[in-house]
Design a protein around this ligand. Sequence first.
Ligand code: PLP
Length: 435
Amino acid sequence: GLLGAENGIGNGLIAGAKIFKDVDEEYVSSRTRLEQVLADIVGENEAEASFFAMDVAEVYKQYDQWIKLLPKIKPFYAVKCNPDPVVLRILAELGTGFDCASRNEMDMVLSIGVSPDRIIYAHPCKPSSHLSYATRQGVRLMTFDNADELRKIRRLAPDAQAVLRVSTDDSSALCQLSLKFGARMESTQTLLETAKELGVNVVGVSFHVGSGCTDPNAYSDAVRRARVVFDQARELGMDLWLLDVGGGFSGSKQRDGMPFPQVAAGLSVAVDEYFSEFPSVQVIAEPGRYFAASAFTLAVNVTSKRQIVKEVEESQNQVVNSQKNYMYYINDGVYGSFNCIMFDHQKVYPEVLVCNTAFVYTAQGLRATETLPKYLSSIWGPTCDSIDCVVENVELPELFVGDWLVFNNLGAYSVCAASKFNGFETSRVYYFRSS
Ligand code: PLP
């Protein structure tokens, strides 16, 4: 089951050997269904370590959907969301651009052969050394949202193609990025004038409606704001040609967030409506979660368990009933892959993979455990800290030490920010292709 060119990952779009060149110590299954893959890995993985099963087909499916529903908007994958080398290689081969936030991210993308003109350095506040690195590498497209950054760009990146990031109303998003970045609309005129005085080449406008956006009107309102800036620039004799609609698109299996087809339809209408007078505008986006979330399923092992018996009393202090609750301890937690609960405000949903040594997971949603009695349970990460609680309240059949749980849709803002706090290793990734 080890990787090799014969796996043909990518069905001709990419030869398997090419994608996995740098990760060839990893296991790649040619089995097709998630549950088979999970059973396979659990079977081989006697050492109990938690792991991600990454389905490369999900990235293709998402790309396919993007080009069908937003054919005029070129995606620049937000590397920060999950810089997994396989995700980067697939997207590089498919021809997307990349949104990089730092020197290391630019380095990662450049080192797999992506040309610098496919990168946007989309951080409005850049350390000087990172900016100089971008200049040396020929990365010219970059965002700014304040006058000091413009001066820095003039000094360290005189050939930059600067993109003015405006703030948005992101009050309904999981992560409100406009608290930190984005020029307010009152200041865009002055910023354009300053850029003109300094001789910085402003080429476009960007925004981010907030990660995990739930407001259907957020994109259209932000596109309207961008149009205001295009008009201001035109008045100043500056010809803008780039509109960057940022990220905020939900992943395919996400329970929360707006369905992508609905967002894509609204966004397309807004771009057509507000930019009809700028027919040669090029539109790009910076999706992160959209590409990464659904491809990754995390499997964790129940390493310990504690039973709590709650006695329910009648008025005369007579015990009439006792309820069994369970606390389960697993080997990844909020200091690891589940940091997304803290930082990304994600909700995570456990499903039983192995119960009492029997494999019970089916990807169709039918569980062999459905007929078993359920108990109120909580799920805790491996560290000694009590903040390390993954799920506070969930009904589960009784699990045993050595059993496994899975969490779907865990590819965004998870493993990339995981720590080894308390000495616990981060979960490794196994790759497979479901279709
Ligand atoms: N672009 C920028 C500048 C960001 O800060 C982020 C996320 O923080 C993204 C794109 C990706 O956002 P999402 O994963 O919601 O698509």
